[in-house]
Design a protein around this ligand. Structure first.
Ligand code: NAD
Length: 465
């Protein structure tokens, strides 16, 4: 179901009218395409406080590959008015290294660095703030590092024009390269207001060393999954189809799984992507064994995407509507994960990406079953992530989509659908490709230091924010 309001505001008269009426102004987002695989533009590198990170080589390396011109390196010198030439330069990406922020005085440098810059950031540009995991042993530092979260989430809500703002907590620049590449790319167009930990921290329980060990910089960042095999459940349509396509674009051999009833669509998707179709109901007791049998050479990336809804308020919800949702969305994910990990099908360096939902974070009337299943995914990822990395060398993360334009959301009543589209900082719904790009980043061999994370792909939805 097309977003007609977005089309309207894409025209000059429509923009004029909606602006006069004070209505939301969604911008056209910069997404990946073969013609525009990078953001192209200037990268501005700023520093607040005294940083211990050796970020410059990572930014220079990724900046060049990303089509960014890292010419505006202003780190260690906040003479912004002098150097930036405000009003003439429009950086498309700004990286503010705030890892050195340790007290209220150095937090003021965040304001000093970004205050004169914010207005100049190009439409559809990216701001990434780098911080540290709040330190339980230093409450002053913990306070201001946590302060960065409020800062980033607020800036994301006010910046507009399709620009995104995210916070990455890290201790080492090198394992963060894949995350920086993702956040500074067209792939992250619908990811905003997020806090992502890299390298292990309080949230993951995994040591930074384990994450770094599970990280292999790809030979070719344009094909990070070359030589790897990926299985995507629910791949016959919607988000799953987009995920399979993104992983195939990144070089993976894709195995597309869906229910036998989706056979024709599934075969078509697998054929188009040069992959293999695996018709199988994921709730079958022996699904894990059958997947293992179909993958004698092993598996590198497992994407749990298949999901269903059976909405009804709890007072009206019979067990027949509760059970299938929990079976497809959670129980089968737990069973197949266990089977493929313990049976050794998932190789060392493997990646599991499961699909949660903002409904599992915020809750949603009429979705006690669905939200329970999706919150269950969050619990699974947080608990298993550290252990799977330590025992099997496999990371476990989740994507939590917000309102994404698919058949699932096309079935939502009109007014609720409109509200879902507009109630986020980007004032529009996401596309399946936005979830797919986020999944592809988590699936990359370069992302071994990202573990136990739940990354919302929701345009900074107001729900559960
Ligand atoms: N669309 C959204 O806005 C949104 C928001 C949050 C989360 N999600 C989640 O994203 C995932 C994909 O959603 P979508 O919108 O693409 O849904 P969709 O209904 O378009 O596609 C889901 C696919 O999963 C398959 N599937 C269902 N049960 C299965 C089973 N037992 N075994 C194998 N395959 C099965 C279906 O046949 C279908 O092809 C789901 O987990 C969903 O809960 C979607």
């Amino acid at each position: 179901m097309a977003d007609r309001y977005l089309s309207l505001t894409g025209t000059a008269p429509g923009r004029f009218l909606t602006r006069r009426l004070g209505l939301p102004q969604p911008a056209r987002l910069r997404r990946w395409s073969p013609e525009a695989p990078t953001l192209r533009g200037q990268l501005l590198h700023l520093t607040a406080g005294r940083s211990a990170l050796d970020l410059a080589p990572v930014l220079a390396r990724s900046g060049l590959d990303l089509g960014l011109d890292p010419g505006l390196g202003l780190d260690r010198d906040l003479g912004l008015d002098r150097n930036l030439g405000l009003g003439t330069d429009h950086p498309v990406a700004v990286v503010l290294d705030a890892t050195g922020v340790r007290d209220v005085e150095t937090l003021a440098e965040v304001h000093a660095a970004l205050h004169p810059v914010v207005r100049t950031v190009a439409e559809g540009g990216r701001i990434v703030v780098l911080g540290t995991v709040p330190d339980p042993a230093d409450h002053h530092r913990a306070a201001v590092q946590q302060g960065l979260e409020g800062f980033v989430r607020s800036l994301g809500k006010e910046i507009g024009r399709g620009r995104t703002v995210n916070l990455v907590r890290l201790t080492d620049a090198r394992p963060a390269e894949s995350t920086l590449r993702f956040l500074l790319s067209p792939g992250s167009a619908y990811v905003s207001g997020q806090v992502i930990e890299v390298g292990g921290g309080a949230g993951t329980g995994a040591g930074a060393g384990e994450g770094a060990r599970a990280t292999t910089a790809p030979d070719d960042w344009a094909k990070p999954l070359a030589g790897r095999t990926a299985l995507v459940t629910g791949a016959a349509r919607g988000i799953g189809e987009a995920v399979a396509a993104a992983l195939a674009r990144d070089g993976a051999r894709v195995v597309c799984l869906d229910v036998p009833a989706a056979g024709a669509a599934l075969t078509a998707v697998a054929g188009r992507l040069g992959g293999v179709a695996l018709p199988l109901d994921i709730t079958a007791d022996d699904a894990g064994a059958r997947i293992a049998e179909a993958l004698p050479g092993g598996l590198d990336v497992l994407v749990h995407n298949a999901g269903i809804t059976r909405d009804r308020r709890l007072v009206n919800m019979p067990a027949e509507r509760w059970s299938p949702v929990l079976e497809v969305n959670l129980a089968s994910v737990l069973r197949t994960t266990d089977a493929l990990l313990s049976g050794g099908t998932l190789r060392v360096g493997g990646r599991i990406v499961a699909t949660a939902s903002i409904a599992g974070i915020a809750g949603n009337a009429g979705q006690t079953n669905y939200a329970a299943s999706k919150a269950g995914i969050v619990g699974l990822v947080r608990s298993l992530g550290p252990r799977a990395l330590a025992e099997y060398g496999v990371t476990v993360n989740a994507v939590a989509p917000g309102f994404i334009e698919t058949r699932m959301t096309a079935a939502v009543p009109l007014l609720i659908r409109e509200a879902g589209r507009r109630m986020n900082s980007l004032a529009q719904g996401g596309l399946p490709v936005d979830v797919a790009e986020t999944t592809a980043w988590l699936a990359s061999p370069g992302s071994g230091a990202v573990n136990g994370q739940v990354v919302r792909v929701c345009g900074q939805s107001l729900l559960g924010a």
